[in-house]
Write a protein that binds this ligand. Sequence first.
Ligand code: CA
Length: 226
Amino acid sequence: MDKILVVEDEPSISNFIKKGLVENGYQVSQAFSAETGLQFLQNDSYAAIILDLILPGINGLEFCKKIRSDLRIHTPVLMLTALTATDDVVAGLDAGADDYLAKPFEFKELMARIRALARRQGGVRAPVNKLQVADLEMDLDQKKVVRAGQEIRLTPKEFFLLEYLMRNKHRVVSRLDILENVWDIQFDLGTNVVDVYMNYLRNKVDKPFEQKLIQTMVGMGYVMRE
Ligand code: CA
């Protein structure tokens, strides 16, 4: 049975949605805050998420961005917005929502949208979560790195460092950028940890291959390019 997560702080609306979904054969989890919704998503998988835009604490937009970029969850999201708030709609779709519905809505309209989203989810293969630079491929779901068909084993830190470089391909990143984004250190401690790890990474990713992808920009940092 398909499970739907309803993230809505107003109990009357949440209960109204739940009642209708249950009558249509769905299982429903109710989260009355985004924080609870995030917990549900980490413990269970859902066919779709119905998400209210206006929530106390983390709002619907932040929630949507978080599940897409931090948790890498691709579950379809139907966002509930205020009537004719075009800016909200655009922001919602930008944040990663798949569809929206303006309040107040009729239940049959909500149901039609949910069916369409669930169909899309089932009918179309979820996009493969991959980064690629030349013949180097990173599979973010399986945490696997392959170059020229050969699997490369990396430690978690090396993996995150490589992910950061690949996401920023063709852009020069400074040591400080790397410290902030990979080590979560907000200032330069005068440490050479970045250079040390860059060396480990090069030995695994570049050294055995003819084409070198990681380049040092003297005095500026590093860049990954094809
Ligand atoms: Ca609300």
